[in-house]
Design a protein. Structure first.
Length: 245
């Protein structure tokens, strides 16, 4: 390994002690940030959605082999995990992660089995409003929810108000856990929505839902389950709830 992003270090803290260069990721990087990428002499550059096209173009222009992941489903994430395991000689570790995700998902499904589904709005971006990706809908379904709208598509505040979901999860790309829930409600006129009145509107750290890797998605599953069925699941520490009066 010749370089990492801050997301790599967050998921694998021991990388911080290796003295590796920390590069901007394929979402936040500008082309000039990656101009010296070719000097790293890496065997392969691994990148994943979400991408900014200038950043991806800069990675391709480096001349280094590029492995660009663009999964749509949890099955795709499993496939990508196996591929990384194969390339790095970590097949057993990859299979262990896949098994752990499967077991965690099954535990959640069993707890909510037979319960009436709750409608859930998941937002990946706020200007314009964009629904979260398909794998997030799968996490919602596993937690006993029913996702509102079409995954990955644009929507409007009025459309969401008309749907009046029971639960709302906002995880804006690059915003971490800093989505301003109270300001969003006021700006969009959502004060009368069920999720707002009942304080079932949450900010989920964006990497938990937007980074399609098993360790982060397991944290995402925990957040989704706690939001959809708070009577069954405890909210993770970094998950924020809409403030009350």
């Amino acid at each position: 390994m010749t370089a990492v992003t801050r997301w790599c270090v967050e998921q694998v803290p021991e990388l911080a002690g290796r003295g590796l260069p920390v590069l901007p990721d394929s979402w936040s990087a500008k082309a000039e940030d990656l101009a010296g990428l070719h000097t790293l002499k890496a065997d392969v550059v691994a990148a994943s959605v979400p991408y900014q096209l200038p950043a991806l173009a800069a990675i391709l222009e480096s001349g280094l082999p590029v492995l660009a992941f663009a999964p749509h489903s949890l099955k795709d994430v499993e496939r990508d995990t196996r591929l990384l395991g194969l390339l790095t000689g970590a097949n057993d570790e990859a299979e262990g992660l896949i098994a752990a995700m499967g077991a965690a998902t099954q535990r959640v499904r069993e707890k909510v089995s037979g319960l009436e589904p709750r409608s859930v709005y998941c937002e990946e971006w706020g200007k314009p409003l964009i629904h979260s990706q398909p794998w997030v809908n799968e996490l919602v379904a596993a937690a006993g929810g029913m996702a509102v709208g079409t995954a990955g598509s644009h929507t409007t505040a009025d459309e969401i108000a008309a749907a009046d979901p029971e639960v709302m999860l906002l995880a804006w790309c690059g915003a971490g856990d800093r989505v301003p829930l109270e300001r969003v409600v006021a700006q969009r006129g959502w004060e009368r929505l069920r999720a707002v009145r009942e304080r079932r509107m949450y900010c989920v750290p964006d990497e938990y839902l937007n980074t399609p890797a098993i360790p982060s998605l397991m944290d995402g599953l925990a957040c989704v389950a706690a939001a959809v069925r708070p009577e069954w699941f405890e909210a993770p520490e970094r998950m924020r709830r809409l403030a009350g009066d």
